[in-house]
Design a protein around this ligand. Sequence first.
Ligand code: ZN
Length: 171
Amino acid sequence: MAHTSSLQHRLPHDGASTRTLRASEKTEQTVARSEALCRDRGVRLTPIRRRVLEVLHGFDKPLGAYDLVDLLSSQGRRMAPITIYRALEFLIDQGLVHRLASRNAYITSSGTPHDRRATTFLICEGCGDVNEITSPDVADTVLKVLQEQGYQPRTKILEITGRCARCQDVH
Ligand SMILES: [Zn+2]
């Protein structure tokens, strides 16, 4: 369950066409699953919410709200940032998207949206890669500590910044 660097995947000598195809199929599946989930919950994945989810999933790396505005604006018609923020707010509420506070950026969740346990993101300061870790051990420990502290968390997202294994090799 890793969000790997999508830029690396788009290098032409790296089988770009097959990877891109596979990625878009994956995106379609995720969006279809998210749509079903919204239907079950009686909320609507409107076209703009759907587009934001598609773009975030397609990039597979964190994007800022203004990146989304740029990507979703059609030629000559710029989208209002508030429209994107509202869509993001909805997607976060539904557990489909996470906001990375340290980056002020948004990323899709690779875990099931039902899973409300703690999610850990390992963020590389070298290449910007974000790896989502869904470890029950980490989640259980975090929840236990929160309970002991009598603390009511608003978010259960852990962000750890540093350098990924690949970037540690670069000298
Ligand atoms: Zn890295």
